[in-house]
Design a protein around this ligand. Structure first.
Ligand code: MSP
Length: 497
């Protein structure tokens, strides 16, 4: 079995989860679910980034210890994962011993390979970004991201990032798939070509971090600590991490591409490890045309959305509306429109009309088909023929095109119902009616399998109505069994006005 490893960024626990966090996680979940459907041995990791000055400050502002604070907020991210119906098989926290051990081991490897030296850092630091900035990078006295900066002067360990400029460029020349999409790759290449300076990788002015091995006055720079999570969850350095590591895909937001495509691969190469296979950076959501911010009070709470519309509807909109990789806007009107047209009208309608017809007019049993006509065969073959197309969408990170393609089958299914008119066949030709209903039920089964990566709840309901065994939920080839019962269908998707 082929292995596949996909990760979300680990989320800062300074605040509760919002739509941006939900989006990265959902994109990963969709890919993980499809890969599972496609026969891969999948490992899907998410978790929380719990050290650093930002968290230490947030805990102090809340009047609790950092540990109490991170325990509380981390659990809200775990709850979000459940509410979104994520299939992650691990949830890592950077405060766990397994992670600390891995991060310290990586540090030691960097020391052993001569990539770390002690010096003094004097420069700007933005707590919000947990990033160092050069004087010439500042824009009107702030970080280029708009974050406030403070002057830092302290003893610090440095990583010889400057030595990895050429190796990184060589690596990226040989591995064009390593940074996607293309525009981000160019951005990263321009940054590296502009020259890399050695990176400060430890702090002495805060305590909330992983101690530097052999020098407890220093804690590790939070990004070196955080990035290592992708390895610690695989059991690095002990377990057999290589099998997954070779296939690693990191999905991140565009704001953190530099950490993932410059610092992280440099740390890895310096420690004798291979860079991740692919880092994909997606775009950002605005809300009703505005940047999402607490002060504007327009932050979308994913839990609230799920409680109101259900996980499927929320997932569908985020994964279908926005071209993956581009920025997009969350507007209530387009959200509702999409739910009505694609879910209630197209998909819901196909399932409802066919399944309730079988339930009411065919003794609630999957009919036994007679001979299939060319039209029947064409419709039945559509999902299998679509599979390579869907695989291509996932492998190229064209996540938004996935639903577009599956919905072509749904449209064809609805056209077939209109053309075959099973309601007229009931009296005129019951044998033909049975074949038509069987064809529809089997194509609905296949569609429901293919919609699992986006709509896990509804897909599972449909497959259960059709008496498909759970173990067959991933088996496109295992045709529906005539004679099994069809349970009473309930409307799958609400319609909104
Ligand atoms: N802790 C770091 C990641 C460390 S990974 C080794 C971090 N955390 S974060 O919580 O601030 O952000 C996590 C993800 O949420 C990022 O990928 C970021 O791009 C994404 N988003 C935050 N706001 C967003 C939007 N408005 N829209 C889409 N995604 C956004 O960075």
């Amino acid at each position: 079995m082929k292995s596949f490893y996909i990760t979300t960024p680990i989320y800062y626990v300074n605040d509760k989860p919002h739509i941006g966090h939900a989006y990265t996680s959902l994109a990963c979940d969709m890919i993980a679910r499809f890969k599972h459907l496609d026969g891969y041995n999948v490992k899907f990791l998410t978790g929380t980034d719990e050290h650093g000055q930002k968290i230490e400050k947030a805990a102090a502002a809340n009047g609790v210890s950092p540990q109490e604070f991170v325990d509380e907020v981390s659990s809200s991210f775990r709850e979000l994962a459940k509410a979104l119906d994520l299939t992650n098989d691990d949830f890592i926290r950077t405060t766990e011993p397994r992670h600390k051990q891995a991060a310290q081991h990586l540090w030691n490897q960097l020391v052993a390979s001569g990539n770390i030296y002690l010096g003094e850092y004097a420069g700007w630091y933005a707590i919000r970004d947990e990033a160092f900035y050069q004087e010439d990078e500042l824009v009107n006295g702030k970080a280029p991201t708009g974050a406030e900066v403070e002057w830092v002067k302290e003893s610090s360990y440095f990583f010889k990032l400057s030595a990895w400029e050429e190796p990184l460029l060589e690596y990226y020349a040989k591995h064009p798939e390593a940074i996607q999409p293309e525009s981000r790759r160019n951005e990263v290449l321009r940054f590296i070509e502009g020259g890399l300076k050695d990176l400060s990788i430890s702090r002495t002015t805060l305590k909330w971090g992983i101690p530097v091995p052999g020098d407890p006055d220093h804690v590790m720079y939070v990004w070196l600590d955080a990035l290592t999570n992708y390895l610690s969850a695989l059991g690095y350095p002990k377990n057999d991490y290589q099998q997954y590591w070779d296939q690693a895909v990191h999905v991140v937001g565009k704001d953190i591409i530099r950490f993932h495509s410059v610092y992280w691969p440099a740390f890895l190469m310096a420690a004798g490890l291979t860079p991740p296979k692919t880092v994909f950076a997606h775009g950002w959501w605005t809300v009703e045309g505005e940047k999402m911010s607490k002060s504007l009070g327009n932050v979308i709470d994913p839990i609230e959305m799920i409680n109101t519309y259900g996980a499927d509807a929320f997932r569908y909109f985020l994964l279908r509306d926005l071209s993956f990789g581009q920025d997009g806007d969350f507007s209530k009107t387009s959200f509702i429109n999409l739910l009505n047209t694609d879910l209630a009208n197209a998909y819901g309608n196909l399932c409802q009309r066919v399944l309730s017809f079988i339930y009411k007019n065919a003794d609630a049993i999957i009919p036994t088909p007679a001979e299939f006509t060319e039209e029947d065969k064409a419709l039945l073959a559509m999902p299998k023929e679509m599979l390579p197309v869907l695989r291509g969408h996932i492998d190229h990170f064209h996540l938004h095109r996935y639903a577009e393609s599956v919905w072509q089958i749904i449209a064809e299914g609805n056209r077939y119902v209109d053309a075959q008119k099973p309601w007229s066949l009931k009296k005129e030709d019951p044998t033909r009616m049975a074949t038509v209903l069987y064809t529809l039920a089997d194509v609905i089964r296949q569609i429901a399998m293919l919609t699992q990566p986006i709509l896990p709840v509804a897909s599972s309901k449909i497959l259960t109505i059709l008496s498909v065994e759970k173990s067959d939920f991933t088996q496109l080839e295992v045709a529906l069994k005539p004679g099994l019962s069809v349970s009473e269908p309930q409307p799958l998707f609400a319609k909104y006005i």
